[in-house]
Design a protein around this ligand. Sequence first.
Ligand code: MN
Length: 263
Amino acid sequence: MCDGKLTRGSMVASLTALSATPALAQAIPAGSGWNDDLVTGNRILADQEILDGFGHLSMRSQTNPTRFWMSRSMAPALVTAADIMEFDLDGNAVDPRGRAVFLERFIHSEIYKSRPDVNAVVHAHTAAMIPFGVSATPLRPLIHVAGFLGETVPIFEIRDVAGDATDLLVRNAQLGAALARSLGAHPVALMRGHGYVAVASSVRQCVYRAIYTVVNAQAEAEALRLGTVKFLTPGEAKSTAATMAPLVDRPWDLWKTQALGER
Ligand code: MN
């Protein structure tokens, strides 16, 4: 029972909780090849309900393009700077120190290997995406903020690579490479019965794409219930993508404040 009285113990507990709150309190070693956006992006994607207990965000090293950074295996909402680990493009942790790593890190390693233009990758299981990976209805852009989706969104069918013997997880380099082939030059690929990946040249752009892909999927599912849907034309998709790409810092600042309570 709480009687509202402040004891020394409760004050210490409150202060401890307060000092542990800022996600970015720990300094990132200079020249380490990653920045605050990686931790912030994890918090944003959790706060926006794109990632739940599962899923992950990574960024390519800014100092060594054959390395990337992501958190140890944990819920994205809880990631701090101390949890960030370095990986090579075969999915090996460079300095594991006994920390658990994500089974599906090969999603990231194989995409970085095949896409020199990609510097950030999100993998998520967001429920709104699932119908478009398992049905005959294609995911296509119908709002201006999702023009980056282009004309088609590919679907990775793991059965084409490994039959029915998998648990649908991309748990080795062979499956990661097959996913990267399905993704091709696209910004987003659906993963049948599992989720999706979004990629971009920066963490902020990647978070934007991960979020607005889900917003588009939700809007498309709603629109299809009403009848015939007008999608963006290829020209509109291209123009809207070009207009929105330089503007990602605006929603990023909002999402960051909502997720962290700080700027
Ligand atoms: Mn997964």
